[in-house]
Design a binder for this molecule. Structure first.
Ligand SMILES: *Cc1c(COP(=O)(O)O)cnc(C)c1O
Length: 386
């Protein structure tokens, strides 16, 4: 009789990498007595702007509020069309809806999963005043041809860099070439503050307005009011929001930002390992760096082709049976009930649907071990030869 083998431990698609330094940083904030938006948020903004080579950085509560605020400061509202990929987390489509604009869906390029100047141009309408382009899964979007299409038409290019921290475009951080970009620090992304977001922009006047709007459009910030014993009465110049980040979150963000280069280097090594281990497998294609930049592989996805013996669902089941929690690939907003019945333009979204049906995201996190990588590739190779 053979001894029962131990059930292999579960492998998740993503795990945040948090340690003692984050615990110390949060403890210091708690001991300081100032836990809401204050000096740590300001320090995180300065450090993030420098790291991403942005003129201005404004910290907010998450990337969804950053996108919302980006549209407000860019002057987008009722009656305007905003072209967005359907192939993205739903927040990309929701942001225009929040300001009363209409999201119009564009298709994506099959190799990168990103919109291109061509797919955007096909979706432009006479009412298009902005586009939101996404560095999907951390793959840098090809910004220059998109700016060349949009700038002469007066269309604002907003970069949804939720997944993009640590990816580069033409030698610079993604987002650096955008008029305005939005970032996420959700634990599913590369750099986390629990929840959190950032807005970066090359327009100082947009940053000034965003700083005010995130804090109820109050004329004097809570931190400044606290600094003076008798502050002037505050004024609310327009209808604002509470989109603030806390100093507890920013303290974590400062530590995480310091580690970004190390985290991205490790992810790229592990992505390369997956790529080599699966390179000769018919019907499996892993997303890769495009010619114009380097990816952080926030979501390392693969496309299952007809030459592979299983479809995507079959491969997900084979992985799950081995204790591996891969995930279906990026969602398609136009297929969700929230948008199915709405008028979101008329462009065929055939590549979006194909990628939505046939891709899955591989487990990849900083602490992933060689043994775990091998378990994943063994299942994919094994299922690929039966
Ligand atoms: C995660 C994500 C968002 C939303 O980020 P939150 O910080 O959770 O609001 C927006 N856009 C894209 C492309 C994302 O992946």
């Amino acid at each position: 009789m053979t001894a029962p083998t131990a059930t292999p431990s579960r492998i998740n698609v993503m795990k945040p990498w948090l340690g003692e330094e984050e615990i110390t940083a949060v403890t210091e904030v708690l001991q300081s007595g100032w836990v809401a938006q204050g000096p740590r948020v300001a320090a995180f903004e300065t450090a993030f702007a420098e790291a991403m080579r942005a003129t201005e950085a404004v910290a907010v509560s998450n990337c969804t509020t950053a996108l919302h605020l980006a549209l407000v400061v860019a002057g987008i509202g009722e009656g305007d069309d905003v072209v967005v990929p359907s192939f993205s987390f739903i927040a990309t489509a929701n942001a225009p809806t929040y300001v009363g604009a209409r999201p119009v869906f564009a298709d994506v390029d099959q190799t990168t999963g990103n919109v291109t100047a061509e797919t955007l141009e096909a979706a432009l309408t006479p009412a298009t005043r902005a586009v939101i382009i996404v560095d999907q899964g951390g793959i840098p979007v090809d910004l220059d041809p998109i700016r060349a299409l949009c700038d002469p038409r007066g269309i604002v290019v907003i970069e949804d860099a939720a997944c993009g921290a640590g990816s580069t475009y033409r030698g610079r951080p993604v987002g650096a070439g955008a008029e305005i970009a939005a970032w996420s620090f959700h634990p599913r992304k590369i750099l986390t503050t629990g929840e959190g977001g950032m807005l970066t922009t090359s327009h100082p006047e947009w940053a000034i307005r965003a700083r005010r709007l995130r804090e109820h459009a109050m004329s004097i910030s809570a931190a400044d009011r606290h600094a003076s014993l008798v502050s002037p009465p505050e004024e609310f110049g327009e209808v604002g929001f509470n989109f603030r980040m806390t100093d507890l979150q920013a303290a974590v963000g400062l530590v995480q930002l310091d580690r970004l280069a190390e985290v991205v280097a490790r992810r790229r090594e592990n992505a390369a390992y997956y790529r080599n281990a699966l390179a000769d497998l018919a019907g499996i294609r892993l997303v890769d760096d495009p010619a114009w930049g380097t990816a952080n592989f926030q979501s390392l996805w693969l496309e299952v082709g007809p030459e592979y013996p299983h479809d995507r669902e079959g491969l997900l089941v084979a992985l799950a049976q081995a204790g591996i929690s891969a995930r279906r690939g990026i969602m398609a907003a136009h297929r969700q009930p929230a948008y199915r019945g709405r008028d979101t333009g008329r462009v065929p979204l055939s590549v979006t649907e194909r990628l939505n049906d046939n891709t899955l995201i591989l487990p990849l996190y900083h602490q992933i071990t060689q043994d775990e990588l091998d378990r994943v590739t063994t299942v994919i190779r094994g299922a690929g030869t039966d």
